[in-house]
Design a protein. Structure first.
Length: 629
């Protein structure tokens, strides 16, 4: 039996496995995944263990990179919301246009002045470090929560600048390799043409994919994810075939279109694409890092480090100051944007492409350019990414805690409660593992995170750590309690409400209270029954005010613990305090003049209202709303 490390398949397989292990380690250590990935690539590459040998993959490496980048950038586009982009359109537009040119020029001058490179080589290096990228920005921002406007600007800049930067870089290489007036003219026309072709192909492909997903029955159930994946890869490569390197633009635009149209598999699709993205990022960084020799990076020495410092501490701050002037951002916000500009997978992939093309053309400097790009990647991720949380706290741009609710469950009963809270001005996010239920809630206008209630990825997407309270209202009482405990113990959420579904387990009010949570609706509830009623329009929402009854303690108070015979008639949903704050019902008593939203069974509404009136309640509004709030 002969075992050989010269097998391309073995190299790719080892890089794939090593990438996933590295990212798992990074999650446990709570550090940026790219840091561990770069170390893993160097460790497993020819410089040390020699078990990952990218050179044996040959030209197939760029094919693998192309497929992976199509998925990665399509997934990035999926997460860009038109509504958020419009609010921050000014700084985003300037950063990816004026800012890109400033970064390019600053990098060119730095390489020329500090390293003494000739102009063509400096121009190529400058074009490669224009990009930042979602592969590093998004994981960094997940480790702590900054203000929404900063998060939107950084994520959008990272995604759009990848497309613009990659095209500028490739056009720059073509111009340098075919130096002359004709080459300059061709480059001046080629860049906007590629952007236009990529945008049009992405729009057409994205609309086609979204329409097919929306048309029920066209895509068989269970095939939505792989169907969309295949279209994303096809869109990328069709665009590249029409105009070289335009596929990056097409993938991003197609992802944005699918993500912003209410397609049939949007929530499930995001989870699937995110998992693929994690897998591809791990594999690519290991392969590309293993392809760079440590001695090439070390040979750049102090001058190389100075170039990185100038890019980070001079060029980026000047770029941000120029591009955010007059955009209404506070100086603290501008300071954080100036700090964070890590480079990612597109810079690494295109620099490797440059190395191959420059080597094939007999142009010297390919080794140095690639080595300096990897030095920029490593330094910006380790230093800027590693200290981003510290800088955000120091500047005071972390997102305030105690904002809104996370509701576990996106069924119709949960939507009624979510609507009441949202209408009171509270931000609400819903969590559900059922793709159909999640899609229905999204179509009703709610923000929904699709996935398991116990997954860290889902908690981060729902921003549990910033929430005022969580509300667990699945029919599975065990999951409800586990979710509430995680929110309280791991994310320090102030309040947790737990529904106790009647007849679904051994959960009791005493167990809920022992976990530091409150009993949602103050009673055991037949969640399935009320959900079916809400779905069929058999409920009405009544806002009632407690007028006061004398209790045994001598104070005016009312109990929200409803007798069993009335529990199927009405449900205490949310209370309105004297100050006007709306919160879910989570205990059994209210005082005089407190208002409560009651969900009433419409077919026995008169009977339910008579019970309320006989127990000290009067209408506080004609009708607060109907089912489907």
């Amino acid at each position: 039996m002969h075992f050989s490390l010269e097998s391309p398949a073995l190299t790719v397989a080892l890089a794939l496995a090593a990438g996933m292990i590295a990212q798992a380690v990074a999650r446990h250590l709570r550090i940026p995944g790219i840091v561990v990935l770069l170390v893993t690539g160097v460790l497993m590459g020819p410089d040390l263990l020699g078990v990952v040998r990218p050179e044996v993959v040959g030209d197939a490496l760029h094919l693998i990179v192309g497929f992976a980048i199509a998925v990665i950038l399509f997934e990035g586009g999926l997460n860009l919301e038109w509504r958020r982009l419009r609010r921050e359109a000014g700084p985003i537009r300037k950063l990816v246009t004026i800012g890109a040119l400033m970064t390019w020029g600053g990098a060119v001058l730095s390489a020329r002045a500090i390293l003494g490179w000739d102009w063509p080589l400096a121009v190529l290096f400058g074009s490669l470090v224009i990009v930042t990228g979602p592969t590093v920005i998004t994981p960094i921002l997940r480790r702590f929560k900054i203000r929404h406007n900063l998060e939107t600007i950084l994520e959008a800049e990272g995604i759009f600048i990848d497309a613009i930067g990659a095209i500028i870089a490739v056009v720059s290489l073509e111009v340098v390799l075919s130096y002359g007036q004709a080459a300059f003219l061709h480059g001046a026309v080629s860049a906007p043409t590629r952007l236009l072709v990529g945008g049009l192909v992405g729009l057409a492909g994205g609309f086609a994919a979204a329409l097919l997903l929306r048309a029920r029955g066209w895509v068989p159930e269970g095939l939505e994810n792989v169907f969309t994946l295949s279209l994303a890869i096809a869109i990328f490569h069709v665009s590249n075939a029409l105009a070289s390197e335009s596929g990056i633009v097409a993938a991003i635009v197609a992802g944005m279109v699918v993500g912003n149209m209410r397609s049939g598999a949007s929530s499930d699709l995001r989870e699937f694409k995110e998992q693929l993205t994690v897998m591809f990022i791990g594999m690519l960084f290991v392969l590309l890092a293993a392809d760079v020799r440590a001695q090439d990076v070390a040979a750049l020495g102090v001058p190389g480090a100075l170039v990185v410092l100038v890019l980070s501490l001079v060029v980026r701050p000047l770029q941000v100051l120029a591009c955010t002037a007059g955009e209404g951002l506070q100086w603290r916000e501008r300071g954080f944007l100036a700090w964070l500009a890590p480079r990612g997978i597109v810079a690494a992939a295109v620099s490797s492409l440059f190395y191959d093309r420059m080597t094939a053309a007999g142009m010297p400097g390919g080794v140095e350019v690639r080595a300096l790009v990897f030095m920029v990647i490593a330094a910006t991720v380790v230093v800027q990414g590693g200290l981003a949380g510290v800088v955000a706290r120091w500047l005071g741009v972390l997102r305030p805690r105690g904002q809104g609710y996370a509701i576990l469950g996106a069924h119709d009963l949960a939507a009624v409660l979510a609507g009441v809270l949202r209408d009171s001005g509270e931000p609400v996010v819903m969590i559900d593992a059922n793709p159909q239920t999640a899609r229905h809630a999204q179509e009703a206008g709610f923000r929904v995170v699709h996935g398991s209630a116990l997954e860290e990825r889902v908690h981060m997407a729902a921003q549990i750590d910033t929430r005022r309270a969580v509300v667990a209202m699945l029919t599975n009482d065990g999951i409800n309690l586990l979710f509430a405990r995680k929110a309280r113990e791991e994310y320090d959420v102030g309040t947790a409400y737990v529904a106790i579904p009647r007849g679904h387990g051994a959960l009791s009010p005493a167990i809920v209270e022992a976990a530091g949570a409150r009993v949602l609706f103050a009673n055991e509830v037949d969640v399935e029954l009320w959900d079916v009623r809400a779905r069929r329009g058999l409920t009405s929402l009544r806002l009632m005010r407690f007028t006061g009854t004398r209790s045994e303690e001598g104070t005016d108070a009312a109990s929200l613990e409803i007798p069993k015979e009335e529990q199927n008639l009405l449900l205490p949903l949310a209370r309105v305090s004297h100050s006007g704050a709306v919160t879910p019902v989570g205990d059994g008593n209210v005082a005089t003049d407190i208002r409560v939203y009651w969900l009433v069974f419409a077919e026995r509404e008169n009977e339910a209202l008579r019970w309320l009136e006989s127990n000290g309640w009067e209408s506080a509004a004609e009708t607060a709303g109907k089912d489907g709030v």
